[in-house]
Design a protein around this ligand. Structure first.
Ligand code: IPM
Ligand code: MN
Length: 372
């Protein structure tokens, strides 16, 4: 419909990254035909193999190169032959930071037919979004180690946040509650009195104000101050440990959760397993005014490389999130609907090797069931 052309950088990455990315690209191309826009895609071979061959994690102009694109699709970064941290910090975290992708958006949604380890929970119960702040916290790289290798060695890694980082992330999250409920009805967890008070949805701040009395004090004060600008959003607070408990016991309590980078990393793996595992969990590193990067939240799963057994749905759903961010909402919805048909009616399991189909067959199933 839009008739636009979008320039997309594709970074398939390591391990099974290229296999799942190929399926996502297949689905995106078909969607672009159906919905009448163009995708102009370029591949970049950045990852473990290139690092081992050249000694460089990224070319010098990588960030400048990516800034010329409308969006980025990433497979997975992480290679068993490369020491942990080199590729993760040198590629993934570097791109997140240098492109200022300050939001890590991770929907936790149980699709029809997908098995969850949560007893008696259905798609009705598990449908929320985690907004993970993506630039600060323990990921800032501030700290050091002294007297290394001696009995007295000391290591420090600091949890760092400034007000600006926190506020922009909170505003994004409050806006997201509005966006989620502008088209749909209100959030299902609201009580009668909330509805009377005009509430449409809920934002939960996940923190640790009982121990991290500096960093999460800043978050908490900012949260309630920014909340005044969003009277229709019900505010809620949960410590991170309790958040984990409720994500298992009562996931239906959540609508949008906002949290810092480290807690967000941890709780979204928990969220992913409740929605069927790494085969299906998608995410986006978003700079609302810049270039965003979409990736499955799981890793490169090297032991499955080349076998054609890995689940491509997380990558395919990341592609849907990419289109949504570009404004091609109908195309994004059509991918999600097709995925829900495929999980509900076709696939046996979300687990690698147990899907009842190969990686590329799952890709074709999604392509075949795309509807305009
Ligand atoms: C994630 C990953 C990364 C993170 C690693 C690979 C650096 O776990 O995207 O959740 O910690 O952010
Ligand atoms: Mn993680």
């Amino acid at each position: 419909m839009s008739g636009k052309t979008y320039k997309i950088a594709v970074i398939p990455g390591d391990g099974t990254g290229p296999e799942v990315t190929a399926e996502a690209v297949k689905v995106l191309k078909k969607t672009s035909e159906l919905f009448n826009f163009k995708l102009d895609m370029d591949n970049y071979d950045w990852g473990g193999e290139r690092y081992m061959a050249t000694g460089n994690v990224l070319p010098e102009d990588a960030v400048e190169t990516l800034k010329k694109y409308d969006s980025i699709l990433l497979g997975a970064i992480g290679h068993p032959k490369v020491k942990p941290g080199i590729l993760e910090k040198g590629i993934l975290l570097k791109l997140r930071f240098d492109l200022d992708q300050y939001i890590n958006l991770r929907p936790v949604k149980l699709y029809p037919g997908v098995e969850t380890p949560l007893k008696d929970k259905t798609p009705e119960d598990i449908d929320y979004v985690v907004v993970r702040e993506n630039t600060g916290d323990l990921y800032s790289g501030i700290g050091g180690i002294s007297m290394k290798g001696t009995p007295n060695e000391v290591a420090v890694q600091s949890m760092v946040y400034n007000r600006f980082q926190v506020e922009r992330c909170l505003r994004y999250s409050f806006d997201l509650v509005h966006k989620r409920h502008s088209e749909k009805s209100r959030w299902r967890g609201l009580g009668e009195s909330d509805v009377k008070n005009g509430k449409i949805g809920q934002l939960t701040l996940c923190g640790k104000t009982n121990v991290l009395t500096y960093v999460y004090d800043l978050w908490e004060r900012a949260f309630y101050e920014v909340a005044k600008e969003y009277p229709q959003v019900k505010t809620d607070y949960c410590h991170v440990d309790a958040t984990c408990m409720w994500m298992v016991k009562n996931p239906n309590w959540f609508d949008v959760i906002v949290t810092g980078n480290m807690f967000g990393d941890i709780i979204t793996d928990l969220g992913a397993i409740t929605q069927g595992g790494m085969g299906i969990a998608a995410g986006g590193n978003i700079n609302p005014k810049g270039v965003s990067m979409f990736e499955p939240i799981g890793g490169s799963a090297p032991k499955y490389t080349g076998l054609g057994v890995i689940n491509p749905l997380a990558a395919i759903c990341s592609g849907a999130m990419l289109l949504n961010e570009l404004g091609e909402k109908k195309a994004a919805d059509s991918i999600e609907n097709s995925v829900m048909f495929v999980t509900g009616k076709k696939m046996k399991s979300m687990a690698a090797g147990k899907m009842g189909y190969s990686t590329s067959q799952v890709g074709y199933l999604v392509v075949e069931n795309l509807k305009k």
